[in-house]
Design a protein around this ligand. Structure first.
Ligand code: PLP
Length: 389
């Protein structure tokens, strides 16, 4: 059996590979500290689950419009307007199967073979594979750890060529937790406008900012050069429900909808009802989660910095820390961070994701979306592991 050239350009997400390995160990009875999974440990709030139960008992179980119900689109644009002062119409909103589908469709609908996408490093794993799948070329833009992995609009502009079609921005960032300042984001949008390219702003973590107020580029009125990918996954602890969205020009969303109509069709009907509840009801649970993540951020960063040789920038958003462990590489057989992560998992039963998944060689990603007790236990095990190396 021969497979397509297109499919051979991509690999299974390496974060998913770590999760699978950790799962296997857990099934074998290991007492695991899981810093690998990029998802909230909180359950979906009860009132959201109840909305899905109601949808089921009311038989809201059939196809909906491919791009989501009007009720949900209204809830998305209203919530976005309330939170960020944006002014999207329902026609400028597309409901997708998670934020990931919005990103996939935006890239596939925009990119021609051989065209370029500017991608800041470190990047979230899936961008690179989606660009390759679409036949595009990723132009990797290095950022500086000493500068908290900040993306600079001037650096992006310098990387633009006549073949550039898309700039990807992910603030707060997975994997670094780095947050781009509002003025810099606006400057970047001006760069996109000047060069007539599309800025794809992945704002899946935009509600989780620790040192600043939440901000979305969607507060600008630019529709032509900006598409926002959003998600309910992290904000409402709804990763398994698979509800995300895109906000952007009606024309772009129409082309994305074509892809959706021939692949997944609509996001699950009952999940859409739950999403309406999440967006319309009190946002108290979001505030409570943010407060807890803030404590955890402080705890994990302090603990990591206390391990001799480990350096860690301060994540300003999302729920990831991205420590530099280069002091331990080439010691005790630790050839690279992939070997280090494997040994950490096997010997200390701590799951982390090695940096190459995100384009860097000296780091591992730690998700602190886990309890403070687990964080303390994981830090203790990591300190003991490194002390032996
Ligand atoms: N973008 C980033 C940066 C992410 O980390 C994730 C999930 O981990 C997503 C998008 C997609 O999330 P979902 O498809 O669950 O909405």
């Amino acid at each position: 059996m021969q497979f397509s050239e297109r499919i051979s350009r991509i690999t299974v997400s390496s974060t998913a590979a770590v999760v699978a390995k950790a799962e296997k160990l857990r099934a074998a009875g290991a007492n695991l500290v899981d810093f690998g999974a990029g998802e909230p440990d909180f359950p979906t709030p009860e009132h959201i689950k109840q909305a899905a139960v109601r949808a089921l008992s009311e038989n809201f179980t059939k196809y909906t419009p491919t791009g989501g119900t009007r009720e949900l689109k209204e809830a998305i644009v209203d919530r976005h307007a309330k939170d960020f002062g944006s002014r999207y119409s329902v026609e400028e909103c597309l409901v997708t199967v998670g934020g990931k589908q919005a990103i996939f469709e935006a890239i596939v609908a925009t990119l021609n073979h051989g065209e370029e996408v500017i991608l800041p490093v470190p990047y979230w794993v899936s961008y690179l594979d989606i660009i390759h799948y679409a036949g595009g070329r990723a132009v990797l833009l290095e950022t500086r750890e000493a500068d908290n992995f900040a993306v600079r609009a001037d650096d992006v502009e310098a990387a633009i060529t006549p073949r550039t079609r898309i700039i990807i921005l992910n603030s707060p960032s997975n994997p670094t937790g780095s947050v781009m300042r509002r003025e810099e984001m606006e400057k970047l949008l001006a760069v996109a406008r000047r060069h007539k390219v599309l800025l794809l702003s992945d704002e899946c973590y935009c509600h989780f900012l620790y040192d600043d107020l939440p901000f979305s580029l969607g507060s600008s009125d630019d529709r032509e050069h900006l598409v926002i990918a959003g998600s309910l996954s992290k904000t409402y602890a709804m990763t398994g429900w698979r509800v995300g969205f895109a906000l952007g020009s009606h024309k772009l969303l129409g082309n994305m909808l074509k892809l959706q109509s021939h692949s997944t069709s609509n996001p699950t009907s009952i999940a859409q009802k739950a999403a309406v509840e999440a967006l319309r009801a009190s946002q108290e649970s979001v505030r409570a989660m943010l407060k807890e993540y803030h404590h955890r951020r402080d705890r994990i960063v302090a603990g990591l910095r206390a391990i001799p040789g480990v350096q860690c920038t301060l994540p300003q958003g999302a729920f990831y820390a991205y420590p530099n462990v280069s002091a331990y590489l080439n010691r005790d057989g630790l050839a690279d961070t992939t070997v280090l992560a494997e040994r950490l998992l096997e010997e200390a039963h701590v799951a982390v994701v090695p940096g190459p998944a995100f384009g860097t060689q000296q780091h591992v990603r730690i998700s602190y979306a886990t309890s403070q007790e687990m964080i303390d236990e994981g830090l203790k095990r990591m300190a003991a592991f490194f002390a032996k190396c």
